[in-house]
Design a protein around this ligand. Structure first.
Ligand code: FNR
Length: 187
């Protein structure tokens, strides 16, 4: 059966370039992967007081944690905000990592795609995100690295990637990630 992979997008805006690329990658994915976007925009900013000492955690946190249990891997699309990933994405990592000892992330094979209209390929975001994934014990695909710069220019008016080399690169990436999942997913 196809492996279920959560696609998490670090931008909350509706016209997000990262979201457009995520849809492109989902369309290019091999049959061995079943990719689904999991939304993170409704998660309250993490605060321990909201669930410790008998407090009932926000419903959005509980739903997110339960939903994430269904998935065997996670593919992250991150914009770069001030040379880091976004607060929204970091917050989703924090929410999913708690309560202590029941993290939803542990051991799930991950991939990181960083996308920016700027020139640097969101390298800073990509690597700040990877720092947390090391601690969260996720095996993260290393190659091919996915730093997509000048990304707005790679999209047509229809919001789809209009550059054949970029499409080939995205295809190579998702095919390699699929092998990574087969090799590293928990049995
Ligand atoms: C940005 N942007 C940006 N771009 C970049 O390449 N490096 C950076 O450090 C930053 N910093 C930054 C901070 C904040 C607060 C905002 C709002 C934006 C620009 C960013 O790449 C651009 O808005 C992208 O379009 C965001 O990705 P989505 O929403 O299109 O997926």
């Amino acid at each position: 059966p196809a492996k279920k992979i959560a696609v998490i997008i670090g931008s909350l805006r509706k016209d997000s370039i990262n979201r457009k690329f995520a849809h492109e990658v989902i369309a290019l994915a091999p049959e061995s992967l079943n990719l689904e976007i999991v939304e993170i925009g409704e998660l309250a900013i993490y605060n321990q007081d909201l669930e410790e000492n008998g407090a009932v955690p926000p419903q959005a946190w509980t739903q997110f944690r339960e939903r994430m249990q269904e998935f065997e891997g996670v593919l992250f699309f991150t914009p770069e905000y001030n040379r880091s990933t976004t607060a929204a994405l970091k917050n989703a990592l924090d929410v999913g990592s708690r309560p202590y000892g029941s993290s939803v992330w542990t051991g799930k094979p991950a991939g990181v795609v960083s996308i920016t209209p700027g020139a640097t390929g969101a390298f800073g975001a990509n690597h700040h995100l990877r720092q947390s994934l090391v601690f969260l014990d996720m095996p993260v695909l290393q190659q091919p690295e996915m730093y997509i710069g000048s990304a707005a220019k790679l999209l047509g008016d229809d919001g789809k990637v209009n550059n054949e080399d970029t499409k080939k690169f995205l295809k190579k990436f998702i095919d390699t990630y699929a092998v990574w999942v087969e090799t590293n997913a928990k049995k």
